[in-house]
Design a protein around this ligand. Structure first.
Ligand SMILES: Cc1cc2nc3c(=O)[nH]c(=O)nc-3n(C[C@H](O)[C@H](O)[C@H](O)COP(=O)(O)OP(=O)(O)OC[C@H]3O[C@@H](n4cnc5c(N)ncnc54)[C@H](O)[C@@H]3O)c2cc1C
Length: 432
C-alpha cells in the first residue's frame, strides 16, 4: 500500500482532481483500461450545477442534483476514490499534498472546475451571496425565506422593502434563471404563504454590465429572455455595473443604487487553480491553465487540464472554450482516448469541440434555445430544456425524482422544498 491507502499497481497511475463533468467523463473512459485511476474530490458527490438555482429557490431537494462519486464508478476494479482536498501540486516530485496526506502520480489531470470571481471586490465577496455549490444554494434558500420571515416582523416599510428586494448581478444563464424563479415565487407562492405581508412590493432586479443579457446566445434569444423576464415583473438593468455592496446598499456606476438585504453575485467565474500550478506563465485569462490542443498543460508533459479550468486558446477559441458542461464532458472523453494512445506511443488526437448549442430557461413555459441552424423560444424550448437537463442528470433515481418534482410543481404551481433546514446566519440588526 502507498499513501492514501492506494495499492501499488503495475499500471501507470493517473490522478484526476475533481469529480465534476470533466473528471467523471475521463474516469469512465479510463476505468476499463490498463491504468490505475485515482479520483480525488473534496466532496464525495458529483454536483449537477445547472440545477443549483432550483435548489436555491425550493423547486428541487439538494439530493436530487447530487450523486455519489463512488457509485458512478463502483464497477471498475482499477478505480480508487478518495475524499480529499488537494492543497498543492509538487510538479518536480510528481506528488500531491492533500488534507489527508501525500500521493504520487504518473499522470495528473486537473479537473477542478471554476470558482466565483469577485474581480478583487472584497466587500461584495463578504456581503454577497453566491451559488456555485449545493451548500451555497442551501444558504441562499434559507436567506430568501428568512428575509420574508423578518419582513413580516417589522412595521418599518423602508426596512421591509429592503428585506424583500433581491438584486442579482450578472445577466448570464445563472442570473436569468434565478431571476425568473424568484419572480415565479413572488407571483405564485408568497401571496399564499404570507397573506399578512404585502408581497407585491417584493422586487427582483437583474443587473447586467453589458448592453444585453445572455450575451453568449443569439440576439433573438437574448431579446426574448428579456421580454419573458419583464412579463414576470423582473426589472432588468442593462449597461449598469455594480460597484459595491456593504450588506445594505448596492451602488452602481450610474446614479442607481439598491437598498437590499440580498445581493446575489452571478457575474463571474475563474478557473480553480491549485498552489504549484498557479504561476502566471501557466495561466490564461480567467485564471485557466494554458493547455495545448491535447489538453496538456504547457511545459508539463505529464499534467493535463480539462473542463472549466482548462484554457485552450486557438484561433477559433481566442478566449478558450465556454465554461459549460459540454466542453468539459467532451474534453474528458478525448483525454481518456489520448492517455491510452500516449501509453501506447501513438499520436494523440487534438480536441475539437462539437458545439451542440445553448439554452436557458426563464420560467414556466418560457425558455430560449439556440441550435446551430435552429433557434426557438417559448413552450417548446422549455420542454427541450427540461428533457436535456433530465437526460444529463446522473442517476436514474435522480431523474425520476426531478421529473416527478417538475410535474408536481407544474400542475400545482408550487415549490415545496421551501425549507429553512440550516438557517443562514445573517445579522438583521443592520436593517433596524
Ligand atoms: C449555477 C450554475 C449554473 C450552470 N448552468 C449551466 C448550464 O445550464 N449549462 C451548462 O452547460 N453549464 C452550466 N454551468 C457550468 C457547468 O456546470 C460547468 O461548466 C461544469 O460544471 C464544468 O465542469 P468541470 O468538470 O470542469 O468542473 P466542476 O463540475 O465544477 O467540477 C469540479 C470538481 O472539482 C472539485 N475540486 C475543485 N478543487 C478541488 C481541490 N482542490 N481538491 C479536491 N477537489 C476539488 C470540486 O469539488 C468539483 O467536484 C453552470 C454552472 C453554475 C455554477
Amino acid at each position: 500500500m502507498s499513501a492514501l491507502n492506494i495499492p501499488k499497481s503495475s499500471f501507470p497511475r493517473v490522478i484526476i482532481i475533481g469529480g465534476g463533468f470533466a473528471g467523471v467523463a475521463l474516469a469512465k473512459e479510463l476505468s476499463k483500461k490498463e491504468v490505475q485511476v485515482v479520483l480525488l474530490d473534496k466532496n464525495n458527490y458529483h454536483t449537477f450545477q445547472p440545477l443549483l438555482y432550483q435548489v436555491a429557490t425550493g423547486g428541487l431537494e439538494p439530493d436530487s442534483i447530487a450523486y455519489p462519486i463512488r457509485k458512478i464508478l463502483q464497477d471498475y476494479p482499477n478505480f480508487f476514490f478518495r475524499l480529499a482536498n488537494v492543497l498543492e501540486v509538487k510538479t518536480e516530485e510528481k506528488q500531491l499534498e492533500t488534507n489527508i496526506g501525500t500521493v504520487k502520480y504518473d499522470y495528473l489531470v486537473m479537473a477542478t472546475g471554476a470558482e466565483t470571481n469577485f474581480f478583487g471586490n472584497k466587500e461584495i465577496e463578504e456581503n454577497g451571496m453566491v451559488m456555485k455549490s449545493i451548500p451555497e444554494s442551501l444558504n441562499l434558500r434559507s436567506l430568501i425565506l428568512e428575509n420574508f420571515e423578518q419582513a413580516l416582523l417589522t412595521d418599518d416599510l423602508h426596512q421591509r422593502d429592503a428585506l424583500m428586494n433581491f438584486v442579482i448581478v450578472g445577466g448570464g444563464p445563472t442570473g436569468v434563471e434565478l431571476a425568473g424563479a424568484l419572480a415565479e415565487i413572488k407571483k405564485g407562492i408568497l401571496p399564499k404563504d404570507y397573506p399578512d405581508l404585502d408581497t407585491r412590493r417584493a422586487e427582483i432586479n437583474l443587473v447586467q454590465s453589458g448592453d444585453r443579457i445572455l450575451k453568449e446566445m443569439s440576439d433573438k434569444a437574448s431579446k426574448k429572455a428579456e421580454d419573458f423576464l419583464e412579463e414576470l415583473g423582473v426589472h432588468v438593468w442593462k449597461n449598469t455595473r455594480v460597484l459595491s455592496y456593504d450588506g445594505k446598499v448596492a451602488t452602481t456606476k450610474t446614479d442607481l443604487s439598491f437598498e437590499c438585504a440580498t445581493l446575489i453575485w452571478a457575474a463571474g467565474v475563474k478557473g480553480a487553480s491549485i498552489k504549484g500550478l498557479d504561476a502566471q506563465e501557466l495561466l490564461v485569462r480567467g485564471n485557466r491553465l494554458k493547455v495545448n490542443e491535447f489538453n496538456q498543460v504547457v511545459g508539463h508533459d505529464h499534467i493535463f487540464a480539462i473542463g472549466d479550468v482548462a484554457g485552450m486558446i486557438t484561433e477559433k477559441t481566442p478566449s478558450g472554450h465556454p465554461m459549460m458542461a459540454q466542453p468539459a464532458i467532451q474534453q474528458g472523453k478525448n483525454l481518456g482516448f489520448n492517455l491510452v494512445r500516449l501509453l501506447e506511443n501513438k499520436p494523440l488526437k487534438p480536441f475539437v469541440y462539437n458545439d451542440k448549442g445553448s439554452m436557458a430557461t426563464v420560467g414556466r413555459n418560457k425558455a430560449v434555445v439556440d441550435l446551430e441552424n435552429y433557434k426557438f423560444q417559448g413552450v417548446f424550448a422549455w420542454f427541450v430544456w427540461m428533457f436535456v437537463h433530465l437526460f444529463f442528470l446522473i442517476g436514474f433515481r435522480n431523474r425520476v425524482i426531478v421529473f416527478i418534482n417538475w410535474v408536481y410543481n407544474y400542475v400545482r404551481f408550487d415549490r415545496e422544498a421551501r425549507l429553512i433546514i440550516r438557517p443562514y446566519q445573517r445579522d438583521y440588526d443592520r436593517f433596524r
